[in-house]
Structure formats: structure tokens, C-alpha cells
Design a protein around this ligand. Structure first.
Ligand code: ZN
Ligand code: ZN
Length: 218
């Protein structure tokens, strides 16, 4: 999934987009997907196509589909509408529209809490099953080395970070799971702001982060 016109290099997986379109993701993951989709034409087109297919499957299950409605459905696939997925990012704002609702619409209203080494977080009010937070990592600073017990989605909103996998810049999503251990480091020059969602506590290597984990709910 490469798009030369877009600076976004790391996209959502088809499985995530399908689950999002089907409405089966926990709210926290859905928020990350909606936010990426609002920034990425490529994933937005796919999400809309999956939504159309899902709608067609539902229709087919409840009533036999006529040739005309099948044609209409295929036409929807060819020409995605913009009605279902949230709009584009607000210009000049680091906060894309799906996220704005969760922070009261104003980046200045974000209630950051320090979690050590200059890193700040703001836990977002999402439903059960997974948690979402904004993270602000000072330029050049590392997040403690950790593994994952479940799925972790990290979307960059500002700045960039690197880990042993690659560099992740604005709009990029890193998808990490049980198999991944990493130590993200914010790039020099600009604080890195990310939206991260997890469905299980992280596994930290160091003792201090492990001790602080229950306090910071990470
Ligand atoms: Zn994308
Ligand atoms: Zn991680």
C-alpha cells in the first residue's frame, strides 16, 4: 500500500480496516483507525469500500439482492462516498477531527500528566476493551524498552519517532503485537506527539517502568 503523493509510509492493515468498517473494533482502536483514515486518502478509500461490501453482505442476508441493487453496490465500490468516515484534519491543527471530540476540541485543553523522563500522557475517555492515550515525547527522548501482550497501534500526529523497525512520521501508524519488542525514540528537533491504543498492559524490560505501570495505566 504505497502512495507516492502522500508522505504517509505506514498504513493500517486490511484486517484493521475491515474490522473498523464492520464496527467491531474497541473504541480506542477505532479512534486510531478513524484518525489515520482522516489523514490518509488511501486507507479512507479502502475503509469506504469495506463499508460498502459489509452493507451489501447485510442486505444480501436480509433480502435477496436484485440485479439493480447489486449494480448500485458495485457502483458505490467504484466511487466511494465520504458520508461514513470522518472528515479531514483541521488545517493548522495537530488534532485531526475524529480526535478533537475526545479532547474537547482544543489542543490547549489537553490535560497532560508527566510519566517520567519528560514524557507526558493524556488518557482519553474510551470504552472498554482497549485504552487510548496521547503521548508527548520530548525531542531526542526514548520511551522505555517494552514488549506487548496484545495489540498496540501508535499514530504519529506531530514530529517523528524511530525504532528498530523504521521511522514513523506524521500520519504513520505503527502496528505492534506480542512478537514485537521496541524502544521508540523521538527524533531530534521536534517533540513527538502520538495517539496510542493498546488492549493489554505493555511488558517493560526495566524495573522502574514496571513499578510505575499501574500508576500510569500503561
Ligand atoms: Zn493509510
Ligand atoms: Zn510499543
Amino acid at each position: 500500500m504505497k502512495n507516492r503523493a502522500s508522505p504517509i509510509k505506514h498504513h493500517l492493515s486490511d484486517q484493521l480496516l475491515m474490522a473498523y468498517a464492520a464496527g467491531s473494533l474497541p473504541e480506542a482502536f477505532s479512534l486510531v483507525v478513524a484518525t489515520h483514515v482522516s489523514l490518509c486518502d488511501e486507507c479512507r478509500a479502502l475503509a469506504e469500500a469495506y463499508e460498502a461490501v459489509g452493507g451489501a453482505v447485510l442486505e444480501a442476508e436480509t433480502a435477496p439482492m436484485s440485479d439493480a441493487s447489486l449494480e448500485a453496490c458495485m457502483a458505490r465500490l467504484d466511487k466511494p462516498t465520504t458520508s461514513v468516515v470522518n472528515g479531514k484534519a483541521h488545517p493548522r491543527s495537530v488534532i485531526p477531527s475524529p480526535l478533537a471530540h475526545y479532547i474537547g476540541g482544543d489542543p490547549k485543553a489537553i490535560r497532560w500528566k508527566p510519566i517520567g523522563m519528560g514524557v507526558r500522557q493524556a488518557i482519553l475517555p474510551t470504552g472498554k476493551g482497549a485504552s487510548a492515550r496521547l503521548l508527548c515525547i520530548p525531542a531526542g527522548q526514548a520511551v522505555p524498552d517494552h514488549g506487548h501482550r496484545g495489540l498496540e497501534l501508535t499514530l504519529v500526529l506531530q514530529g517523528a519517532f524511530r525504532d528498530d523497525k523504521d521511522r514513523f512520521g506524521p500520519g504513520d501508524v505503527e502496528i505492534a503485537d506480542e512478537a514485537d519488542q521496541h524502544k521508540p525514540v523521538a527524533e531530534a528537533g521536534c517533540d513527538c506527539v502520538c495517539l496510542a491504543a493498546t488492549d493489554a498492559p505493555l511488558r517493560f524490560r526495566g524495573i522502574m517502568p514496571r513499578l510505575l505501570q499501574p500508576i500510569f495505566r500503561i
